[in-house]
Design a protein. Sequence first.
Length: 281
Amino acid sequence: MTLSARQLRELMADNGLHPSRALGQNFVGDPNTVRRIARLASIGPGDRVVEIGAGLGSLSLALAETGASVTAVEVDRYLVPVLRSVVADAGVAVVEGDALHLDWQELLAPPGPPWTLVANLPYNIATPLVADLLDEVGAIGRMLVMVQREVGERLAATVGDPAYGAVSVKVAYWASARIAGRVPASVFVPQPKVESVLVAIERHPRPAVDPQVVPAGDLFALVRAGFAQRRKMLRRSLAAFGVDDGVWEAAGVAPSARAEELDVAAWGRLAAAIASPVVAR
């Protein structure tokens, strides 16, 4: 059983709760939607799921219905006691904490099959949280995140898409990403003024650029510099890196190209050529 919009409102009224704008709280109050999200997460018995932003437990219940083992994380200390009461019979473990500052290694111990992360993420933390989890939490093999449409488009963008940017390269370095569906504003309590999408992210077995050839930190410093002045040709936006003709030729990248024209493999070649002592300066 999951929670309808009416049940969510009753829970809040009975417990003197109000959605927090500061925390970007919009709860999903439609059983069909949360069950659809659980299906798109492709989880079932034997799977380990961590949910961020569990709220009042509507999605938590749908995830538990699949037979997966669910750990629900919620930052709002006022919601946590109500959440625990809602999901107690479903066997969901509730953790109070801020996803941006959790000890993820401890939370996702012991070692075992990769975890699936499912989350309803507010606009202000979605991009840094997904990026940090990809960088630092290898135990998470798959994600299904519900985010504002513009954020989702950036996460899933590829070369040629208007939304393609530095975070798109970051995601592509670690994983494949696609928009798996849209979520209408009408299913939320309260109803937001923005469109939401579901983004499915699946981690690659290994990074798209060999970190032994180019350390990730060096690669992303180059990417950030390029996109910081995305309208300029790379020969100008990357001038501080001392990129000369030999580097461009070795990388197979035109100095007249712009950041948005390079996929993650091209960024990797360029970073490797800059780092290589073999390339003539």
